[in-house]
Design a protein around this ligand. Structure first.
Ligand code: TRP
Length: 336
């Protein structure tokens, strides 16, 4: 026995290349991803196959797919330590997806909340891909035999159907798939829109949303217009119910500076929002500056980004194809 070999648990997650990353994505999740490699073997991929279940502008999708990779790397996701790849570069996803389609019931897909939501939003394009979206996602996951699948609350139902499909398949053919656990609790901050403190920060409300690639002057302007509170107390005090806008700014400041809420209250004691808001803006600008500069540098280095995707696809394919071969054999496909 080699004593020093620690076998790390494996985790895998998919990300839609759906647009520029923002402060909510970063402080809420991505900021903590770099450290995951200490405890896990990590696989992340851009889910471009999933993205076309909603109509896309091809040139835009292509651009976002590389730019978003640059932004993730700039946020600290090291391609040497993590396997980063593009879903469409690993054909095994589509291949296993087809097989699993034949082990998934129409009824269970009809009950998925995301399908119901998206098909009511895009009534002119209720395509079969939208319907079988969870099956492809199950294939994404099961190919890699991960222990954990970190996802947002909205994707939990998809991990559950993945487990159901895997269990069903295993009950017929023996232990082919590891049954993965969803990993929901992130110890990240929950960040709200700067002008809509009741709603999560979202790119659909760009004025209250700080993008990682925003220029400093834009960040400053967005914070200047941030909602504080309706009363005239003008006091930096943490009260999520009475002063959600102020509490949100304090959470942002706390996360980027590492200071506690008490320290922040003390720092701005008697100073009011006129001092507080620019201070938060400044802290965010300085925190994001190296990330933006690194992302900008990487976005210009297409050869490097291509090499990351190429390398990632090779590493991912090796793992994925092993599972796919096993599945093909189990279901009775004739092997050469
Ligand atoms: N459906 C996920 C989302 O929209 C993205 C995704 C695709 C995914 N395949 C996955 C997440 C596999 C985790 C595991 O966020």
């Amino acid at each position: 026995m080699e004593e020093n070999t620690i076998v790390k648990k494996r985790m895998l997650s998919g990300i839609q290349p759906s647009g520029d990353l923002h402060l909510g994505n970063y402080l809420g999740a991505i900021k903590n991803w770099a450290d995951r490699v200490n405890d896990y073997e990590c696989f992340y991929f851009m889910a471009d196959l999933h993205t076309i279940t909603v109509r896309q502008e091809p040139a835009e999708l292509r651009k976002r797919t590389v730019n978003q990779l640059a932004q993730y790397i700039a946020c600290g996701l090291d391609p040497e330590k993590n396997t980063l790849f593009l879903q469409s570069h690993v054909p095994a996803h589509s291949q296993l997806g087809w097989v699993l389609n034949c082990y998934t019931q129409f009824g269970e897909l009809s009950r998925m909340t995301q399908f119901k939501d998206k098909s009511s939003k895009h009534k002119d394009n209720i395509n079969a891909g939208l319907f079988t979206y969870p099956v492809l996602m199950a294939a994404d996951i099961l190919l890699y035999q991960p222990d954990f699948v970190p996802v947002g609350e909205d994707q939990k139902q998809h991990v559950e159907i993945c487990r159901d499909i895997a269990q069903r398949f295993n009950s017929i053919y023996g232990d082919v798939f590891k049954i993965p656990e969803p990993m929901i609790a992130e110890n990240g901050a929950r960040i709200y829109g700067l002008n809509t403190p009741g709603d999560k920060m979202s790119k659909s409300i760009p004025e209250g949303c700080v993008f990682l690639m925003d220029r400093p002057e834009d960040i400053a302007r967005k914070f200047k217009r941030a909602v504080t509170d309706s009363d005239t107390e003008n006091c930096v005090r943490y009260d999520k119910v009475e002063k959600p806008g102020v509490a949100n700014l304090m959470d942002i400041y706390r996360t980027v500076t590492g200071n506690s809420i008490e320290e922040i209250e003390r720092e701005f004691d008697g100073k009011g929002y006129g001092v507080f808001k620019p201070a938060v803006a400044e802290a965010v600008i300085e925190h994001l500056r190296p990330i933006r500069e690194e992302a900008e540098r990487l976005m210009k280095d297409k050869a490097y980004l291509d090499s990351v995707y190429k390398d990632g696809a090779e590493r991912a394919s090796y793992v994925a194809n092993k599972t796919l071969r096993k599945v093909y054999k189990k279901v009775g496909f004739y092997q050469l």
